[in-house]
Write a protein that binds this ligand. Sequence first.
Ligand code: FPP
Length: 242
Amino acid sequence: MVMNMNELQNRIDINRLPLHVGIIMDGNGRWATRRGLPRPLGHREGMLRVVDIVRCASDLGIKHLTLYAFSTENWKRPKEEVEGLMSLLLVYISKRLEEIYKNNVKINVFGNMNDFSDNVQNALTRAMERTQENDGMVLNLALNYGGQQEIVRACKKIVEQGISADEISSKVFKDNLYSQGQPDLDLIMRPSGEQRLSNFMLFQAAYSEFYFTDVLWPDFTEDEFYKAIIEYQGRSRRFGGV
Ligand code: FPP
């Protein structure tokens, strides 16, 4: 029997939601290729799922959502594909900003924005400023982001602050990550059949539950999001205890 969205949603215990969900959005290219379409159309459809899932997660009551939208390694892709992804990001930020704002979502960026064009940097800065007072869901866009680079950056920041070896703790370290002040990831979802972290949130993934599915990101509807939350709620998390 195929359940409709509400039945799936009804199975979620809203008192036991993961505090912080990360998604490694993957499979846009394969989605397009399987349909005989150019890859950019896969990314465009993927952008529409970003709109849907951000709304769905915030409506459900998720407090922190991190989307891996562009990795430090993605610059290796053909120039046209990188430019296409940048223009999609601009479209998303400029066309959807008011909707995001009205949904009480606060936008944040994890990653080095300096490598982006002025247009993209300005749009992201405007989006962060516009939504900074919002206190609903925090939406972290991981852009030009790499987990190893983030750890190295935190080390440099700690040294620059003159913090001594004795003073360094997990707490001090976390305060110097992009995710400062936010909880570690409870749940990481990765569509498209790949089962790896790909340099995503290495420090914050210490005790994350993983949810893998063969569904490609452009097919990752609200139902798929609910299914992942339901599976997460069925897991037993022991954090090293018994
Ligand atoms: C992976 O698919 C996806 C990306 C590298 C980029 C994710 C971007 C979007 C979902 C659209 C724009 C984002 C925002 C935040 C508006 P892939 O190209 O690696 O797919 P493949 O593995 O099938 O080739």
